[in-house]
Design a protein around this ligand. Structure first.
Ligand SMILES: Nc1ncnc2c1ncn2[C@@H]1O[C@H](COP(=O)(O)OP(=O)(O)OP(=O)(O)O)[C@@H](O)[C@H]1O
Ligand SMILES: Nc1ncnc2c1ncn2[C@@H]1O[C@H](COP(=O)(O)OP(=O)(O)OP(=O)(O)O)[C@@H](O)[C@H]1O
Ligand SMILES: [Mg+2]
Ligand SMILES: [Mg+2]
Lengths: 251, 251
């Protein structure tokens, strides 16, 4: 049974790509076969794992112009990637009028699922058509959460969106958890936000908080996930712990 | 002559909203009449200046259901705001097929322009229809730039997009500058990115770099821009200096 997880938050810059890349790589290095799908026209996930966003990728997959040959190797064993890129941005307009526009991803990725133990999808920072495609397909939603005011404002909207998707497009969908990102225990603001969110969404919050750690922002410039770039840094340790929590909940 | 500036970067979380709110407020406190327009369905700019994103705002403006009565007062004298909100997200689909879909903003805001010295527009983290509307209207583009790898990857795309807009939708458009955000002089990564970008885009780069300063991320939770919340912090000083550079270039 392939475990499907999307990394979702319409707030920008909260750590969606960083989390998809690092959890994917850590779980792959445990021996599981992991596919990363870059659904963002920025193509950041692809470059984080040295996949080539100039090659055919998620866009070609969704319009039915390719399958297995779209799966690229990455800088890590057992970790594969279907790359994102600028042509994805066009899909928001191209699919706007299509019947069943929210199911292009689900209908095209299905034949690849059996090849992988985990499929992780990195979403763009919006709730547009590409993100709806991911929501209509997935079993789990991972919400990366920066511990700041603007990011907190958007949390209710995410919850409502997932609840609406569960009623209409995808009855199986579940939130696997909320993960705090770029957390600094010395920051009052961070602690206030963590406290506020934990009060309302206690069971959903992952125990592991990912610290702000410069090594995490350096790793992408080398095209390496953190467990390859610097496994022993605070960011690497935290993502290993978080991976264990995710595996526990995804059973 | 009203000065029009949009804050644009499809990379999420780089400081678009923070910069629009703080520059707007500082320039308003110098005596200029400033209108902030929130073109993001997240509504972060609205809450940063205590405008109400539940009231009719930019969505109603663009579909022609209001004008002056959409302009709200904010927590600052001389600073006004047309609020963003969730219904803006629907416009991406609603306008997808419309003839002249990129000019709804320009055609509806024009009758308000004469009332203001400056109009600042905060864009969502994408290059979709709402952002294209801002590009088709504006005179100037301010590019907030986080000094990190993923943010740097997207810079060429912004440049290409503005160049294409200049050829087709808006011959007047110009980049007023690239402003470095959340900069920490102790970070090698930040310094490398600043060096790389300054090498290629030297004249565009603003001299003032906005430091990472927790007061800047605290201020929005109080609905106050930095010059009201904490005028003497490092973030407040830097935004005052940046405002002077912007005024100099916008002459
Ligand atoms: N824990 C961390 N410590 C330090 N830097 C981090 C951390 N997590 C992410 N970053 C950096 O912060 C920036 C934002 O992270 P990232 O790009 O993963 O967010 P995102 O949610 O995917 O953004 P977008 O909304 O643009 O897709 C990146 O430059 C990344 O390298
Ligand atoms: N110089 C700074 N120092 C510290 N925190 C900052 C600074 N600038 C912005 N922030 C914080 O970083 C986060 C991202 O900033 P902001 O929301 O303004 O970016 P944005 O580009 O508008 O994001 P989006 O792409 O989601 O619209 C916010 O929580 C903000 O409070
Ligand atoms: Mg991302
Ligand atoms: Mg913003």
């Amino acid at each position: 049974q392939t475990q499907k997880i999307i990394f979702l938050n319409q707030k920008g810059g909260v750590g969606k790509t960083t989390t998809a890349a690092n959890l994917g790589s850590i779980i792959a290095s445990m021996g599981h076969k992991v596919l990363l799908v870059d659904l963002d026209s920025q193509g950041n996930l692809s470059s984080a794992v040295s996949a080539d966003s100039m090659l055919p990728g998620t866009y070609e997959l969704m319009i039915g112009r390719g399958k297995r040959e779209l799966v690229q190797n990455t800088s890590v064993n057992n970790l594969y990637c279907i790359s994102g890129g600028i042509n994805l941005a066009g899909l928001n307009v191209e699919l706007a009028d299509e019947e069943g526009r929210n199911f292009f991803f689900k209908n095209t990725i299905s034949s690849l699922e059996a090849d992988f133990d985990f499929i992780f999808v990195d979403c763009p920072p919006d709730l547009g058509i590409l993100t709806m495609n991911a929501l209509a397909w997935t079993k789990y939603v991972f919400i990366p959460m920066q511990c700041e005011y603007f990011a907190m404002e958007g949390l209710n909207l995410i919850m409502r969106t997932v609840a609406n998707v569960k009623k209409s497009l995808n009855t199986e969908i579940e939130i696997i958890g909320i993960g705090f990102m770029m957390y600094s225990k010395r920051s009052n603001l961070n602690n206030e936000v963590v406290e506020d969110i934990s009060k309302y969404f206690d069971k959903l919050v992952f125990k592991t908080k990912i610290p702000r750690n410069v090594r995490l922002s350096e790793a992408p410039s080398h095209g390496l996930p953190i467990n390859v770039y610097d496994n022993s840094c605070s960011g690497g340790k935290a993502y290993r712990q978080l991976a264990m929590e995710v595996l526990e909940r995804a059973k």
